[in-house]
Structures are given as structure tokens and as C-alpha cells.
Ligand binder design. Sequence first.
Ligand code: NOJ
Length: 750
Amino acid sequence: MLKKIAIVCLLACSQFVFAQKKPAPGPAYKNAKLTINQRIADLLHRMTLEEKAGQLNQLNGGVFTGPAVNDANQQAKVQMVRESKVGSFLNVTGVKETRNIQKVAVEETRLGIPILFAFDVIHGYKTIFPIPLAEACSWDLPQIEKNASVAAREAAAAGLHWTFAPMCDISNDPRWGRVMEGAGEDTWYGEKVAAARVKGLQGDLDDANHVLACVKHYAAYGLSEAGREYGNVDVSRSALWNKYLPPYKAAVDAGAATVMNSFNLVDGVPATANKYLVDDVLKKKWNFKGLVVSDWGSFGEIVTHGYAEDGKDATRKALEAGSMMDMESKLIIQYLPQLVKEGKLTMKQVDEAVSRVLYYKFKLGLFEDPYRFSDEARESASLFTTANRTEALKAARSSMVLLKNDANALPLKKQLGKIALIGHYAKSKEDMFDFWIANGKADEAVSVLEGLQSKFGASKITFAEGYNADATTNEKLISDAVSAASGADAIVVVIGLSGKLSGEERSLANLNIAEGQVQVLKALQKTGKPVIALINSGRPLVLTQVKDLTNAILQCWILGTETGNAVADVLAGDYNPSGKTVMSFPYAVGQIPVYYNHINTGRPTPEKRDGPFTSRYRDIPNAPLYPFGFGLSYTTFEYANLNCGKTVTKQTQLPVSITVKNTGAYDGEEVVQLYIRDMTASIVRPVKELKGFRKIFLKAGETKTVDFVLTPKDLSFFDGEGNVKLETGKFKVFVGGDSKNTVEASFELK
Ligand code: NOJ
């Protein structure tokens, strides 16, 4: 008996010793050897319904980028983290701040699930790049990808995991302040830019140098009525499929991890609760496996729209539609458990949403190391570096678009005497930055004044404000400007819009140049010296009057940190402008929307506008002041020998080629653009559609042959249900340096 007890005791002890040596394995979700899906399954199994609701709750933790509704103080929010009621924060940035919150999430909660930190890194985190609309004018996809990757690297070094970019909304309406955040009016080009941005931001997500991208605003937000932010949208299914959806789809195909709902309705249903958009198209048809996050408060706005009775009903409708994370409505956290308990939502629906949040937390390695993005040394070594600023400078140079250059007013001759630099925005750094400044600091940027001083020598630049911060002027400001100009050989005048009028909630009904600035231009023109206008704006403005008052116009957009250096390079001729506008410049506000790829009316207007009973304005041309794709260089290019086959089949490709000659005195880059028109189709197609481009460099006098191929995909379109249609018939092909001035040929699809 004693012997038996001794043996049992021995066994128990040895087990104890064994257990001491090799601790029992932790929970499966902490085991990095298992697949992410196995770990998610284990974690879901352990989570309470309330903890699951917490994962779907995204709270603002910093500056407000939306309206504050029932906002708690920071301590109360940290307490919510402690209670597992927050899955993600937006607007908390920097290693120190994010680490403090992360510590609470992983050390003070039952399951230790890390937080995802998100921020609007729209065109740079600390080194600020040109606004997205501007960088798109470079037509330089590798550079665009690079810009995004620099932004991501800085953001990741500052504790962030996720950015709300790229915006893939196609828009024809410069009244909308958000056009600065997109890639312009063209769908095909929008697809390419969206994909480049996603690749740059996300990389493969394995190296802690990238962040999750977020495709927004899904869908058709760029159609916001009359350009009003948060406005309504009315869009046909065929326009949705052919014009608005493709860039979101391209971003999803490029691997974007997340998608953001838009604020608007589509077909009368708020996008956040729109089953067709989210479940049918995004998740099922496009096979999107990532996370869908609402826009700020858009769960709550389902009620305001009149589509749900109350917050609880809105939560159910949004989740049923396939939306997953609630940004700042604070409704999921309040109602989700109740909805499940009442049988109005299933646990399966909840688990699917939660598993997508968890997936990215695993994928980013946060369960292994929640502080993977929290290295202070890395943060200080990675931000605003010389290398990053060099990329920002390259991007800024290639973003500018030269709209007018009479008698070669530009470049300014190096041996030139004095330059008068006029304009409040030439000096005011805040105005060189837009709403989406992220953690950039305006005073770290190079102003136009500083850029010109360092390029030409401070003694050569005479500066005068010309107008006030609010763009008004007075006699004194004007006479100071004129006297600055009187001793100068050339006048550079910076006009346009304050940077603060660009970005979210910056809709404008008036896009004319302010009267005060026009008065300054008129006074300067009277001096008889060449007047060069630099336009500071996050959107195309109406430059019709400016065109008559100046010798040259350089559209600078909003260029960020390196503004002054980039502008100086272009003015001096050290960089030959190569940008082409990706949005048409309206002749007058009343023309908006004005865009190149419109549908023909039954009564198109002749060029001369003299055809009676045609679709025309009596007072102004139909055409924009500057069309899509337009931009000058210091040199000139000639197009000849457009070559394309006469027929193509549904299985073959059509080669197209053209010769381009640099006929001017400077080496330069040209964006060679290829458009098509499907002459007869079961859904009428636009008068021109971009289907290809090449950005080429030609030495002065050099000629190159540029080759394209048109694929069956290029010749196809969608029906209203998203089915691809490839129809036989006649096509036209156009090639040129902008969407208007092209050479053309025809072919047939048999
Ligand atoms: C609302 C904006 O529409 C969206 O683009 C942005 O990402 C969020 N606010 C978060 O700031």
C-alpha cells in the first residue's frame, strides 16, 4: 500500500517537475506556428459578444476629422480600451501616444488583443508630398508608388498601422474640395493610380514599414451633388459600373486591405447600409476578403438619411449589408450584443466581421509584438529625412502643369536681373498646405519666396504681398506690388486659393480668382513686363481672366514640403515641366461638370458654336479652358504617322504606334496619350476614353516611335449589372499630347 502511494506520489511529483520544465502551451491564438485562420478561430471561441462588439468599434482619439458626437474624454476612452470596448483608434499618432494605449490593450485586458491605429496619411505623414490630384498630373506611376511608400514608412515608424487612402472617387466637379484627394476625372487612369498608391502604401505588409491601405469612399462619392461635401448622389447603374466603380475595384485587386463606405446614397440606399454595393459587389463579385470600415459617423447617418428608425436599426442594416467597423458612431458598441441576443443578427455575421479585424492584427504581427511599430529611435530616424525630402521634391517638380507660356516667358533666363515676387501665398506657409497636413508642419516647408531666394540669390528677389490673407487688396498693397515690379525684369505672382480651402468640407460655389488678386494682376500687367502667374490651389480654378492678364501660367496645385525648391527649379529651367492636368479647367463655373469623356448628345455643337438648335451655351464655349491631359513643356512635340491595324478580333490585340518628335530647343518629357471611341454600342460610349499613355523623354530634335496595344479588355465595357460586354463594330483611335489635340484613325472589331 505504502509502495503504491509512494509510486503515485512519485508520478505526481515527476509530472509537477515536468510541468515546471515545460509549461502548458498558451492559448492557440498566441501560437505563431498556427495559421492566421486557426488563431482567429481559437480567439473567436474565447471572446464574449461584448468583446466582439469592441473589436468593431473605432474611436477618434486625437484631432477631430469629423463632428464630435457624445465624445468622452481621453481617460474615459482609455478606460474603454481596458474594458475591451475599442478595436481601433483613429487620429492617435506618434510612438509614445500609440504605445501608451497599446499597453493598456495588451496588458490590462483579458485577451490582450492589440489595437489598430489609423490616421489620414493622405499625401505624407511628416514629409508632405504634393496633394494626390497634383501627383497624378505627373503621370509617373513609379513615382506615385514611391510617394505612397515614403508616406507609409514614416507613418509606420510613428506607430501607425493603417491609413485612410487612397481616395478612388472619380469626380468632374472642382467645386468639391475633395478633388484634391483623388486622381482626377478619368476612370482608366484612376485605376492605374489607385493600384500604384495601394502598392506603395501596403507593400506586402510583412516588414513593419508599410500600413494598411483603405479604398474610399465606396462608392461614387465623387458625384456629390453640386460639389457639396456629404451631399447626395444619383447615379445610373451603367455609369456606376463603367465610370465610378473601376478604380475601387483596381485598388481591391491591387490587394487593398480595407475599404471605407461613403456618406452618400446609391440607388436611394445609404452606402454604409447598401447590400448591393458591399455584399453583392464588393464581397461576392470582387471577392474582397478585407475589412469594411464606415466613414466617420456614417452608421448614425443611416438614421438621418431616413433609412433606419434609430441607431439600433441602423446598426443592423449596416452589418446586414456587409459593413463591419463603426467609425465614431458608437452604435455597434451600444447595440450589437442586443441585436444578436434578439436574433436580429447572427453570431456568424458578427464573427465574419470580427475575424476580418483580427486578421490584420495577426497579419501585422501585433500578437507577436504589439510594439512592432513603436520604436522611438526608428521614429526619430525615419521622419523628414533628406532622402524623403528628395522624393517629395521630385514629386513636386513633376506635379506642376504649365498652362500658358507665351513668347517663352518661362523659363526665366538665368542671367536675368531682378525678379519681383508678388503674393501673400508666396510667403505664407500655412497656405501652401491643405486640410490633410497629417503631422507635417507648415513652418518646416520651403516657401516660394525662400525657394526663389536660394535659387536666384536673395538680392535678386523683391517681394511684395499684393493682397491680404483673405485675398482682398487695397491701394497700398497694389502700389507696393507695382513698385516692386518697376525695378524687375520679370514678375512672378502667386495667386489662387488659401490651402485651407482644400480638402474635406471645403466645397466652393465660386471658383473665380478673387477680385483682389485680379486687381493686382491688372496693375502688374500695366507695367508691360512679363507676368508669370503661379496658381496655388487644390482644384482647377476658373483661369479665364488670368489667361488674358498674364504671359505664363504655372498650375502649382499644393506641393507640400518642397514647394519653393520645386517651383524655383521650374522657373529657372532646371526642370522642364512635364505635368498634364488630370482634371479639365472650366471656362466658367456654370459649365461644371465639364469633362472630356462625355457622351455625345444628339445635337453636338460645332467647334465654332454657330450651329442653331445645338447643345450649346449662348454666352460661353462648351469646351473647358484647358482640357484633360493638357500641359505644356519648354519644348514642343510633333505627332505623326499614327499606325494601327484595320481590324481586330475578340481574341486578338491591336498594335498602335505613333512617332513623336521633340521640335523645340529643350530636352523634355511628353505624356503620349491614347484614346478610343466605340462608335456604336448597346450602351452609348463616351466621345473619347483614355486607354493608354507613355511618358517619354526626348532630347531636343530627337524622334521616337511609341508603341501601344489595345486589348479586348480596353475595347469592352460593362452593362448595368457589371457584366463585361465586348461588341463587334467600328472604333476610332486617337493619339496626342492631350485629350483634344489628337491624330486619329479607325478600325473594326470583328
Ligand atoms: C471623413 C472623411 O470623409 C474620410 O475620408 C476620412 O478618412 C475620415 N473622415 C477620417 O478622418
